[in-house]
Design a protein around this ligand. Structure first.
Ligand code: OGA
Ligand code: NI
Length: 330
């Protein structure tokens, strides 16, 4: 035991996170807890969210069925330029400094379709979804659409508590301009293999999420780690266990920027332990034209806005392009 290196010692640590009960009618009490969690680690659990275990399990079962299809079948729904559909292994590379190749994961992305004005509009991140053939996977689309709506509903209720935690009106974010037609993606992931940080092999490289917040469900196979302080060397990584019935929620860079750096988006990664691992994150970002500029409660005479205003879609496009830049090099 004494021979363990610092890296090995640090990665066996399991983190404990704050738990927010979405059924608690005292939103102010939840806001106090949430604020503390956002200042501490940017990660927390939510419980009593209203998604049934049955629906969640069904989504995981259907996801496994999709990834078990022959590659030829999966390639029929290869992701398009709007990132909808199937992304093969190594499609994204999130930590080019430390990774020798892209993530050891394959994914399938389902995005927002329901815009009032332009249901399948020409916006960069809104378009019709791509679906696997219903003869091959009966009921697949229905399950995913149902899960998507539920995940969006939970995110919107967390956004209300988040607004209070930022001293804003409870429905500050829940307006047509902000979360009305959100850029919101549900992604099915399948991880494979054993990661080896010393060789630059990661199931999912270290990154912080791009958007406002992410709602994560996993199949319970350990793998997700967070690094609370990215500037401390050597970095200390702690495992985040999945808890039955709970979702893991984390803040993204867009919220960090919006809150003038007050709420932090935290670095995280996934290490594979050799077992197959499945997860379903749901990434919430505001509407395309929402202007992300310092929130009124996060600035003062002594704390001026640190970032210029930017349109949500511009910011997100830049981040997506960076994560896929390695594909152009080959
Ligand atoms: C991500 C992510 C974690 C997981 O996709 O951004 O951090 O457990 N995923 O899949
Ligand atoms: Ni992430």
């Amino acid at each position: 035991m004494e021979n363990r290196t610092e890296e090995e010692v640090s990665i066996i640590k399991v983190s404990s996170l704050t738990c927010i009960d979405l059924d608690n009618s005292d939103l102010h009490q939840s806001a106090v807890l949430l604020k503390q969690a956002c200042l501490d680690s940017g990660f927390f659990y939510v419980i009593n969210h209203g998604i049934s275990e049955e629906l969640k399990e069904e989504a995981f079962e259907q996801s496994k069925k999709f990834f078990a299809l022959p590659l030829e079948e999966k390639m029929k729904v290869l992701r398009n330029e709007k990132y909808r559909g199937y992304a093969p292994f190594h499609d994204s590379l999130l930590d080019p400094k430390n990774q020798v190749r892209g993530d050891y994961k394959e994914g399938f992305t389902i995005g927002f379709e329901g815009g009032k004005d332009s249901p399948h509009g020409d916006k960069p991140f809104h378009s019709p979804n791509i679906w696997p053939n219903s003869d091959v996977l009966p009921g697949w689309r229905e399950t995913m659409e149902k899960y998507y709506q539920e995940a969006l509903r939970i995110c919107k209720s967390i956004a209300r508590i988040m607004a209070l935690a930022l001293d804003l009106d409870v429905d500050y974010f829940n307006t047509p301009e902000m979360l009305g037609n959100p850029i919101a993606d549900m992604v099915l992931f399948h991880y494979e293999g054993k990661s080896d940080p010393s060789k630059g092999i990661y199931a999912c490289g270290a990154h912080s999420d791009f958007g406002m917040m992410s709602l994560l469900a996993t199949d319970g196979v350990m793998g997700l780690q967070i690094c609370k302080d990215k500037d401390v060397k050597p970095q200390k990584w702690e495992y985040i266990p999945s808890i039955k019935g709970a979702y893991i929620v984390n803040l993204g860079d867009l919220l960090e920027r919006w809150s003038n750096g007050y709420f932090k988006s935290t670095l995280h990664r996934v290490l594979g332990n050799g077992q197959d691992r499945y997860s379903i994150p749901f990434f919430l970002k505001p509407s395309h034209d929402c202007i992300i500029e310092c929130l009124p409660t996060c600035q003062s005479e002594n704390n001026l806005p640190k970032y210029p205003a930017i349109k949500c879609s511009t910011y997100i496009s830049q981040r997506y392009k960076a994560a896929h830049a390695h594909l152009k090099q080959t």
